[in-house]
Design a protein around this ligand. Structure first.
Ligand code: PLP
Length: 391
């Protein structure tokens, strides 16, 4: 019964029974085009055969042994992930928040190893990093934090996409050990920083001996048109966190690191009972192989261009529309007014979309949509926005 659930969510009045590709089907047989894919999770769409097959096979062999023993699939997954990311070591967990917790603990230990007793981590305004105590503290949104004080110590906050603010922190604070940022904000409204933001941030981290830690939980796994969003900027982080698209719906997160950051954790410093178990690792391996074999990140870039152009044609200069922006299949249409009700209006048209940061229509369709499905999204969403803003 819905009454037996804690009221952390207020779900829409629809229940899905199954899915295929970019479509979900509800209990009444209705079909919905999914332009959100479980909030950037099911990047390969629903019931992808490669993932389903890997899961079925693995479920019949071995689900879990714990990390007290070697896990071959986890080792393979770490190898593949490090290869495509240009990183060296991975730690596996079960969610995005846990991946960020691992990164935050890694940064603190990195600091302590260098004699910094009260290490500080720089985070940004408008960011989202999760719902655990440390990650909600890192999150730059008061509404996520309110009621859960006292917050965790050891964070400094700067505006997003603001290099001078970071230079000021560098001059005034001696205990900084790391910066944690999203290369494109997800929950914060699909903000894309200036082209020199990440390269300059990389340089600043190098000058000061800080770890550059990128939260690619939403942006990673091909979504923005590259394997990882930082690759558009031609830089390499010291630490990167992943989750969402990594398992196509199977809970798995990862914290990957290179250089000095790769060797910070020693046995006993961190852990997870479930993290990287054979079942989850088999799903993530299938996801990685499918993205690579079908070059889905390139496809995401093409589709993103098609959607962006389509929306610009339909919405540019229209009353009520502030901007249309996107990188690959992460798109945001910012309106001049709160527009949460567009989600229910879209649902009535059998289309699944999201609104974030109150005024931003967010689209995160699966990487496997067809050109025709992309055009349908442009058509339906533009129509909805037109009606809503009275154009
Ligand atoms: C979703 C998200 C998280 C949190 O992931 P959970 O799996 O919900 O804990 C953290 N950071 C970013 C950028 C996200 O989009």
């Amino acid at each position: 019964m819905v009454d037996n659930l804690m009221t952390t969510y207020k779900p829409l009045p629809v229940t899905f029974t199954h899915g295929k590709g970019a479509y979900l089907y509800d209990v009444n047989g209705g079909r919905y085009l999914d332009a959100l894919c479980g909030i950037a999770v099911c990047g390969l769409g629903h019931a992808h055969p490669a993932v389903s097959e890997a899961l079925c096979n693995q479920a019949q062999r071995l689900l879990h042994t714990s990390n007290l023993y070697r896990i071959e699939l986890q080792e393979q997954l770490a190898g593949e992930l490090c290869r495509v990311a240009g990183m060296e070591r991975a730690f596996f967990c079960n969610s995005g928040a846990e991946a960020n917790e691992a990164a935050l603990k890694l940064a603190r230990l990195f600091g302590h190893n260098r004699g910094i007793d009260k290490p500080q981590i720089i985070v940004t305004e408008g960011s989202f990093h999760g719902r655990t105590l440390a990650t909600l503290t890192a999150t730059g949104n008061r509404r996520i934090q309110a009621g859960f004080e006292p917050l965790v110590q050891g964070f400094l906050r700067a505006p997003y996409d603001d290099l001078p603010a970071l230079h000021r922190i560098a001059q005034n604070s001696r205990d900084v050990v790391a910066v944690l940022v999203e290369p494109v904000t997800g929950e914060g409204g699909i903000r894309i920083p200036a082209a020199d933001y990440l390269p300059q941030l990389r340089a600043l981290c190098d000058q000061n001996g800080w770890l550059l830690m990128l939260d690619e939980i939403q942006t990673g796994m091909g979504r923005t048109g590259r394997w990882f969003a930082h690759q558009h900027a031609g830089i390499q982080p010291d630490v990167m966190t992943l989750a969402k698209g990594l398992g196509n719906g199977v809970p798995i997160g990862a914290c990957v690191a290179r250089g000095d950051a790769a060797d910070v954790f020693q046995p006993g410093n961190h852990g997870s009972t479930f993290g990287g178990n054979p079942l989850a690792a088999s799903a993530a391996l299938a996801v990685l192989r499918t993205i690579e074999q079908q070059d889905l990140s390139t496809r995401a870039a093409q589709l993103g261009e098609r959607l962006l152009q389509g929306f610009r044609q339909r919405l540019h200069g229209q009353n009520g529309v502030v901007t249309v922006r996107g990188r690959g299949l992460m798109l945001g249409i910012e309106l001049d007014r709160p527009c949460a009700e567009l989600v229910t209006r879209a649902l009535a048209r059998n289309l699944l979309i999201n609104v974030t940061a109150e005024k931003v229509v967010r689209l995160l369709p699966p990487l496997i949509i067809t050109d025709e499905q992309a055009d349908t999204i442009v058509h339906e969403v533009s129509d909805l926005i037109g009606q809503f803003t009275g154009n």
